[in-house]
Design a protein around this ligand. Structure first.
Ligand code: FES
Ligand code: MG
Length: 583
């Protein structure tokens, strides 16, 4: 044995060393692993004694949000090599918000499982996680948190702003808008065909403050990215540099043994909640942050969101919550460091990040360069955080609403319900004028929750009936156990828990029942007596199982409700997992 005591200690701490042993004659297994690494084309001096860094890549030909990540992985590896590490790229499941059906939410936990098990079962000392399209960010971080190795997250970055006939277009938000215009007869098929080429102009995730931008910002706020990483446009050369910087940094993190558990603390999650609310971010962040916190052993609840929402103003003037701007504007206005510099009094500045010993140190020098994009505290986009948590007899375990994306006059509203038992029925019938739907009605969709959907598809922004659209109606109260795209808008009450499929009160609503939404009072009530609800409950029968076998069956058996993050019960619970090399 050679080397100074400190060097020996750090060598002993490398997990990967268990695969390779101390010397060529350490044992048959290490002999085999050395031989197979020669088969990969590496010299002993390229990897022995070096931190093994897994680069987990969600790149795929089918995922337009991640189509640049194949190249970015090369920049990450460049950084790892430069810092004296040994990078190994692992392709992992790609979750494309656009293409994967019924919803990539069904597969978030599958990617989390894959991440956890790959990191555990291979010679890995640290990980760089490449993701960004909606569910990929929480999935990668949930899995990595469960293994608790040092890790750095590389956000995919927003795509370029959309353009069409002199207008700037935002992902999702303008797609819905122009689709509604087409349905209302304001534009024709020619215009739609042109829009196809203008809405999404480059690789990268949605460039509105949708779920992707919200979750990557949350990752930066948690402290698991290099500073400023989350808003770097996907095709900017700065994105390559950010990826290389992440590769450089992970090697240092392994040497310092700065694991995710040092970063993902209760204070870090509180700051991530403050961040997503102050950004006016996606309601999906509520579910994902609760699930991510659970994996880190941190208890985060819906009430934490509502409490924090009352303390933080919305400062990011980014669509759809804000009026005008897109993520590229946000980036050049100072990005997340600039935004956080506006709310330092609301943050826990003494906690560590992957790059700094304290968040205070990380934010030193952060500035805002455009006070219309990142507003001042005196001139916010909204006085309070963008998401409110509702309670009441229709949602005993809570529901959420992004009230800054709603028509203000609907935030206090009583109206008769029109109930749709599932999405297909709703699609088939909602435009039928014979239903007699008026702007005062409350549209209710059930059968769209974690088990019933399954996977809580983003059905929550129910379409408005054509005849109302043509009359100029642009918003109505809508209630469901589904989720909503982060780029959507409207008075949509979401994530009603428990869901209808498991017998939540949503299952008992009938067309014509009065429903009262009162966002200032945080209340959602079904105006039906307890006795009548008890009668309806006694007559209710659970729907048949959706999946008889396969992953869907596992999902249905294990998925938890929206208020607890929709993790699998067997993944969310505490407990130890044996080291694979112990046996
Ligand atoms: Fe991938 Fe919006 S579709 S982030
Ligand atoms: Mg989305």
């Amino acid at each position: 044995m050679s080397g100074a005591p400190a060097e020996r200690a750090s060598r002993r701490e490398l997990r990967s060393r268990q695969w390779y042993g101390e010397s060529v004659s350490s044992g048959l297994r290490s002999f085999s692993h050395r031989a197979r690494t020669r088969q990969l084309g590496y010299l002993p001096e390229e990897h022995l004694g070096k931190p093994f860094i897994a680069v987990l890549n969600t790149w795929s030909d089918i995922n337009p949000c991640h189509s640049h990540l194949r190249d970015r992985a090369q920049a990450v590896k460049r950084g790892v090599w430069q810092a004296g590490g040994f990078p190994l790229e692992f392709p992992v499941a790609t979750l494309s918000e656009t293409f994967q059906k019924p919803t990539p939410m069904l597969y978030r936990n599958l990617l989390a499982m894959e991440t956890e098990e790959l990191l555990r079962s291979y010679p890995v000392d640290g990980a760089v996680l490449l993701g960004g399209c909606d569910k990929t960010t929480p999935a990668l971080l949930m899995g990595a948190a469960s293994v608790d190795l040092p890790a750095v997250f590389v956000p995919a970055g927003p795509m370029l702003p959309g353009h069409w006939r002199g207008e700037t277009l935002g992902s999702g938000t303008d797609m819905w808008k122009y689709w509604d215009d087409h349905r209302a007869g304001l534009i024709g098929d020619c215009e739609l065909t042109e829009l196809e080429s203008g809405l999404a102009r480059s690789p990268g995730h949605c460039m509105t403050m949708g779920t992707a931008a919200t979750l990557t910002a949350a990752a930066e706020a948690l402290g698991v990215t290099v500073p400023g990483a989350s808003s770097v446009p996907a095709v900017d050369s700065g994105h390559d540099r950010m990826a290389a910087a992440s590769g450089l940094r992970i090697v240092g993190l392994v040497r310092e043994d700065r694991r995710l558990s040092r970063i993902l603390t209760p204070d870090a999650f509180a700051d991530a909640v403050t961040t997503v609310l102050g950004l006016g971010g996606s309601t999906n962040a509520v579910i994902h942050l609760i699930a991510m916190a659970g994996r880190a052993g941190v208890r985060l609840t819906l009430d934490d969101f509502d409490r924090i929402a009352r303390t933080v103003p919305v400062l990011a003037n980014v669509r759809p919550g804000g009026e005008r701007y897109l993520m590229e504007d946000f980036h050049f206005a100072g990005g997340l460091p600039g935004f956080l510099s506006r709310i330092t009094d609301l943050l826990h500045l003494d906690r560590p990040t992957v790059c700094h010993d304290t968040l205070r140190e990380q934010l030193a020098g952060a500035r805002v360069y455009d006070a219309d994009v990142i507003r001042t505290r005196d001139d916010p986009v909204a006085e309070e955080g963008g998401v409110a948590v509702l309670r009441g007899n229709l949602c005993p375990d809570g529901a959420v609403i992004k009230h800054i994306a709603a028509e203000p006059h609907l935030l206090r509203h009583t109206g008769p319900a029109v109930v749709f038992d599932d999405y297909r029925t709703m699609q088939r019938t909602i435009h039928d004028p014979a239903l007699g739907i008026t702007p005062d009605h409350v549209l209710v969709l059930r059968g769209s929750g974690p088990k019933g959907g399954p996977g809580m598809p983003e059905y929550g922004m129910l379409p408005l009936p054509d005849h109302l659209l043509k009359r100029g109606v642009r918003d109505m109260v809508r209630i469901s156990d589904a989720r909503m795209s982060g780029t959507s808008y409207g008075t949509c009450v979401l994530h009603v828990a428990p869901e209808s499929y498991v017998g939540g009160p949503l299952a008992l609503v009938r067309t014509g029942d009065l429903i009262t939404l009162d966002v200032p009072a945080r209340s959602l009530r079904l105006e039906v007596s307890d006795e009548e609800l008890a009668r309806r409950r006694a007559a209710w029968t659970p729907p048949p199982a959706r999946y008889e076998r396969g992953y869907g069956a596992l999902y249905s058996e294990q998925i938890t409700q929206a208020d607890t993050g929709c993790d699998f019960a067997f993944l969310a619970r505490p407990g130890t997992v044996p080291d694979p090399y112990a046996g």
